[in-house]
Design a protein around this ligand. Structure first.
Ligand code: ADP
Length: 595
């Protein structure tokens, strides 16, 4: 599939042309002004071209794209992808564009008044130029919609939060791409890694990617929060607004404009370009040296914070113009992170080869944390997401009903835990088989105890496992007073401890989780439904009393012999109005995300 990808701004248009994953053409029209703009093209098998083009706005630039591509023998286009900065909470994945979808995207404009309007214009213009081609919007915010409420909520009045004030995060397409690329380079599934992605370009942000899902990110409601950037301040005390108004008589638009465009490296040194700043620092300029120290310090603080948020870190990934090119900035950021087990190898760090989307590892021998650098490829990621969405829309309709089983709180025990609770050599009694072949519920029950309270009569499911795993609902975790993370079964690293009480004894065990909803299925059923192992799908449930809902991001687990069945917990069942037997349907607009 040959895909044209647009990234439109108020003063520039960037575009890329892809055949599969091959990036055949990169183009930009930049700095629109009355007499035209600057262009830069890199085409297949030809020297990069730069010059002046007569187009003075976005519309003229988009209309020029077919001729530019044709001049490089790129004529057949199958679909068009558009980058969107803000999808609010509305868009958890890419969206196929039609009139109704445009209205939904337009409704997000108040959240990104600086960015979304140009992107909407580009989309409308492209629909005029290519009326018969499918067009897809991919949102920078989507990847971060998995952030838990504790990471997205500002502690501000309810009225403000009701009006939409919350943390969203940006650069999601970049963080997602580099997380996948880094996992690939490490030869490990992303679902097994805790990663911190550090995107340092003109804009800059860090992202905690825990087992494949973004769980926190440094940009917030707007792309102002977090790291120091080229012209943006990053974190600043909100009390500054009152101070600046009282002391300097500035109003809010003036302050906002300065925080976006006159702050960051530019404010500290006069230049927003890290190459200038590094050059001046090397020549002994004290302002430039402070700017570099501050820039690195802020990034290092976020890495430390995200390691704490995830209970550890397996890899740090650098990307963006500064992350990719500045060995000395990578060095400064990593210095001081030895306490996390992160050690950089200076020889590897100095001149990594990033050609052909390489993702070299820069850590020293014995470092517990991998350090990776790779070029970001947001346009490629947009093309991939578009391909996936269109591929799915074109797939034949699937047999869609999936039985739903509601799991109450239960435990899976190790032999050692059984013996601690029931006595040496004790064997559990199988009371009844479960639908998954080989699994059963035991006659015995235990009690869970946390600092806030006890949960009695907790079921034990067999067979025994290597590690004890305790699965409760979110409501149960409040009753216990322990913050249990949402995890896939078996992912028990850094899970909290809870007391298990049996007739013979008590034991403190780690492994307390809220089980992530999932679908068990076998290879034959999966093939019939067009599902793959590790895929995330949306499942629609029509519950009692009109309480139905769509369960987003439900993990598909394919294993030989498994019975096809979706597992949710009691909170989820109650929210959906499920009483007794229920079935879910694969939602028609499935938004699948590779793990
Ligand atoms: P954008 O966020 O606009 O895509 P980029 O990712 O291209 O921006 O990053 C631009 C930043 O990268 C600029 O601050 C630039 O100075 C910096 N940069 C590019 N090359 C180097 C280099 N060799 N050393 C230090 N900084 C660099």
């Amino acid at each position: 599939m040959r895909i044209l990808v647009f990234n439109a701004g108020s003063s520039s248009l960037k575009f890329g042309f892809f055949d599969g994953d091959d990036h055949l053409f990169k183009g930009s029209f930049d700095r629109f002004r009355e007499d035209g703009c600057d262009y830069a093209f890199v085409g297949p098998d030809c020297e990069p071209e730069r010059g002046h083009a007569p187009h003075s706005d976005l519309a003229a630039s988009i209309e020029a794209v077919p001729d530019v591509l044709a001049a490089h023998d790129l004529t057949q286009i199958d679909a068009v992808g558009h980058r969107f900065v803000h999808g609010g909470t509305e868009f958890t994945g890419p969206a196929l564009i039609d009139e109704a979808m445009i209205a939904r995207i337009e409704a997000q404009t108040p959240l990104a008044p600086l960015h979304n309007p140009a992107m909407l214009d580009a989309m409308r213009l492209a629909r005029r130029v290519w009326p018969d081609l499918p067009q897809v919007a991919v949102f920078d915010t989507s990847f971060h919609l998995t952030n838990p409420a504790r990471a997205t909520t500002y502690a501000v009045p309810a009225e403000w939060r009701d009006a939409g004030l919350r943390r969203f995060g940006f650069h999601g397409t970049s963080h997602k791409y580099v997380a996948h690329r880094a996992a690939e380079a490490l030869g490990q599934p992303l679902a097994a890694l805790r990663m911190i992605s550090v995107h340092l370009g003109n804009g800059a942000s860090a992202c905690a990617v825990q087992y494949g899902a973004s769980v926190d990110t440094s940009m917030g409601m707007t792309p102002l929060e977090g790291l120091v950037m080229g012209t943006r301040s990053g974190d600043i005390d909100p009390g500054a607004f009152g101070f600046l108004q009282r002391q300097l008589g500035l109003d809010i638009p003036q302050i906002e404009q300065a925080l976006y465009s006159e702050s960051g490296l530019k404010a500290l040194t006069g230049s927003s370009d890290m190459r200038d700043v590094e050059k001046r620092a090397a020549e002994g300029d004290a302002e430039a040296q402070l700017a570099i120290n501050l820039y690195a310090y802020r990034a290092r603080k976020y890495i430390g914070a995200y390691a704490a948020a995830m209970g550890g870190v397996d890899a740090v990934v650098f990307t963006g113009g500064i992350g990719e090119n500045s060995a000395s900035m990578r060095r400064r950021i990593c210095d001081g992170l030895e306490f996390l087990g992160l050690m950089l190898d200076e020889d590897r760090n100095r001149a990594p080869d990033l050609s052909d989307r390489a993702a070299p590892q820069l850590q020293a021998q014995g470092s517990r944390v991998a350090v990776i650098v790779t070029e970001t490829a947001e346009q490629l990621m947009i093309a991939r997401e578009l391909r996936q969405l269109i591929g799915r829309a074109a797939a034949p309709p699937r047999p869609i009903s999936i039985p739903i089983a509601v799991s109450g709180r239960h435990v899976h025990l190790s032999t050692a835990t059984v013996e601690a609770l029931f006595g040496p050599g004790y064997r559990l009694t199988e009371e009844a088989p479960l639908r998954q072949p080989g699994n059963w519920v035991a006659r015995e029950r235990i009690t869970l105890e946390g600092p806030k309270g006890r949960l009695p009569h907790v079921a034990i499911l067999g067979p025994l496992r290597d590690r004890t795993q305790i699965e409760v609902s979110r409501t149960d975790s409040f009753a216990l007073g322990i913050d249990a993370p949402v995890r896939d079964s078996g992912q028990l690293e850094n899970t909290p401890r809870v007391r298990l009480i049996g007739p013979h004894g008590e034991v403190e065990s780690a492994g307390l989780i809220v089980a992530a909803r999932h679908i068990h299925t076998n290879p034959a059923d999966a093939a019939a439904m067009g599902l793959e192992d590790g895929e995330l799908v949306d499942i629609e449930v029509h519950g009692a009393g009109g309480r139905g809902l769509v369960f987003g991001r439900t993990l598909v687990r394919v294993a030989p012999g498994a019975a096809t069945e979706m597992h949710i917990d009691t909170d989820e069942a109650n929210a959906a109005g499920i009483v007794g037997v229920a079935e879910g349907e694969l939602a028609p607009q499935i938004r699948a995300v590779p793990r």
